[in-house]
Design a protein around this ligand. Structure first.
Ligand SMILES: NC(=O)c1ccc[n+]([C@@H]2O[C@H](COP(=O)([O-])OP(=O)(O)OC[C@H]3O[C@@H](n4cnc5c(N)ncnc54)[C@H](O)[C@@H]3O)[C@@H](O)[C@H]2O)c1
Length: 476
């Protein structure tokens, strides 16, 4: 429930505090979208310290402000993008004490109705059903929004939400391309909004344990990491479809939004938009963000992540073939050069992953042993490949990803999976697709966020896109 109207005289409500900075920032927005240096100061903390106050709160997007009350008191949220993941995220948040859902938003009335029913079943009151997210952002009673739209629709609602004074829980990958990801970071920083990305592994105890172990140096010198995701043959196949008439419940023009116009086909709309560069980044933008994030965290000292300087990537629709409608590769290998080490990212269709690992994972290869981590747990191996006993956890449970978001709404700290850090991981993924589409290795300047060996690569979709009118990337 909101605490608006319940604050003692002379004391700001929590909502006043949450909204203030964003409103002050709205209207001040005018700057170029030319990429700026990628690093936010003071992001650094050890894996087991996630969620603790940032080093220099005053320099960070989320600034500590006293709002009173408990972490979860009176938060009113709205859901933007009521598909499979959006409804799941909303369920997770609305099951936390004190969270209310005021509105659900989707261009597909069927998805919107499903989400509204979930809220009605839980609270006995149906939320507002609003097709256009800009109307959601106009509402004064909403503190925070979940953005769980397809990837091509993450940046605009997130930036506009920040500028409207709302905090944001945004799905991964944060952006459709690198330039809009940078704009999202700047929008959050300028408006002092809390923007958490749903790379929930960052709140997973065994992931934190594995990252701590890698950072401890006990694996010896690590010069090679590998990460991968294997796709099921059926899920990889889009088939060949002819354009169809749009279902009456769907505002397809709004669904396409800023992407290039294409006639409606079921096999590139709900859920399956992932496998088309017009809307997303294929498996590299999907699971790559999760698994590469784990590698980057392990190989960095903090969540201000180490970035590559050279990337090559090759692959193709080697399983699905030219007759299939998907445009992203079903088979892809990306090789990254970082200072002193390399990462190989691999996508293919079939059964097992690398080294007998499961269908996804991240592997750190050191001179003293190997560490394998995936969603099922983590394992250590000696140089002969024998399993080694793991140390006890140094990361006592501190709540899940949603708890962290709700806490940060109150404290104004940078959440786990803060937008600046997740822009770095997402950029690393976009770089693989950029190199793949470019057809050769690209060199990258992480500070200026530019390709240095061929400027033409920066006209490719993973770097920036033309926005279909009337949509444009908001000025930040
Ligand atoms: N963190 C995770 O583990 C995880 C898991 C699955 C999906 N995801 C991410 O969640 C996002 C959504 O994926 P999904 O599988 O739920 O897709 P989906 O197609 O099921 O849902 C997306 C929804 O957004 C709606 N939408 C489109 N344009 C919109 C707009 N302008 N305003 C409001 N809603 C709009 C669509 O109509 C659809 O209902 C993707 O970015 C995906 O990568 C993350």
């Amino acid at each position: 429930m909101s605490n608006e109207g319940h604050a003692p005289a002379g004391r700001s409500t929590r909502r006043d505090v949450l909204r203030g900075a964003g409103q002050a920032a709205a209207g001040l927005v005018a700057a170029s979208l030319i990429p700026q240096p990628a690093r936010g100061a003071g992001l650094g903390r050890a894996a087991h310290e996630y969620g603790v106050v940032p080093v220099d709160a005053a320099a960070e997007p989320g600034r500590r402000q006293d709002s009173g009350g408990s972490a979860n008191d009176g938060v009113v949220i709205a859901l933007i993008g009521a598909g499979g993941q959006g409804r799941s995220n909303m369920r997770g948040l609305m099951n936390k004490p004190g969270v209310q859902v005021a509105a659900v938003c989707d261009p597909d009335e069927r998805h919107m109705a499903q989400a509204a029913k979930m809220v009605e079943d839980k609270f006995g009151k149906r939320p507002a059903e609003i097709k256009d997210f800009r109307k959601v952002l106009e509402r004064k009673d909403i503190d925070a929004v979940i953005v769980a739209t397809p990837d091509h629709w993450h940046a605009l609602p997130t930036i506009l939400a920040c500028q409207a004074g709302k905090d944001v829980h945004c799905e991964k990958p944060i952006s459709h391309n690198i330039v809009e990801g940078r704009a999202m970071v700047e929008a959050a920083r300028k408006t002092k909004r809390v923007v958490q990305v749903n790379t929930w592994q960052r709140s997973g105890q065994h992931f934190l344990d594995a990252i701590d172990y890698v950072r401890s140096g006990k694996l010896g010198k690590i010069t090679l990491c590998r990460a991968w995701k294997v796709q099921d043959p059926k899920a990889a196949t889009m088939g060949k479809e002819a354009p169809k008439s749009v279902p009456s419940a769907l505002d397809y023009d709004l669904w396409v939004g800023p992407a290039a116009w294409e006639p409606y086909q079921e096999n590139r709309c709900h859920y399956r938009f992932r496998w088309y560069f017009n809307y997303a980044g294929g498996m590299t933008g999907d699971w790559g963000v999760h698994m590469i994030d784990v590698v980057l965290l392990g190989m960095s000292k903090s969540d201000d992540l180490v970035m590559p300087t050279r990337v090559a990537s090759y692959g193709g629709k080697l399983f699905t073939g030219p007759e299939d409608d998907r445009t992203t590769p079903d088979t892809q290998i990306a090789i990254y050069e970082f200072p002193g080490w390399m990462l190989q990212w691999e996508v293919h269709v079939g059964g097992q992953g690398l080294d007998g690992g499961r269908d996804h994972g991240a592997l750190f290869i050191g001179t003293e042993g190997r560490l394998l981590v995936d969603r099922g747990g983590w394992s250590l191996f000696d140089n002969a490949g024998k399993p080694v006993e793991k140390p006890a956890t140094a990361n006592p449970r501190v709540g899940d990803h949603n708890d962290n978001f709700l806490t940060c709404l109150k404290t104004r700290e940078i959440p786990r999976s803060g937008i600046a850090s997740m822009h770095q991981t997402t950029t690393v993924c976009h770089l693989a697709n950029l190199a793949y589409l470019h057809g050769g290795a690209i060199t990258w300047d992480p500070a200026r966020e530019v390709v240095t060996n061929d400027k033409k690569a920066m006209d490719l979709l993973p770097y920036r896109r033309p926005y279909r009118k009337p949509w444009s990337l908001p000025k930040v």
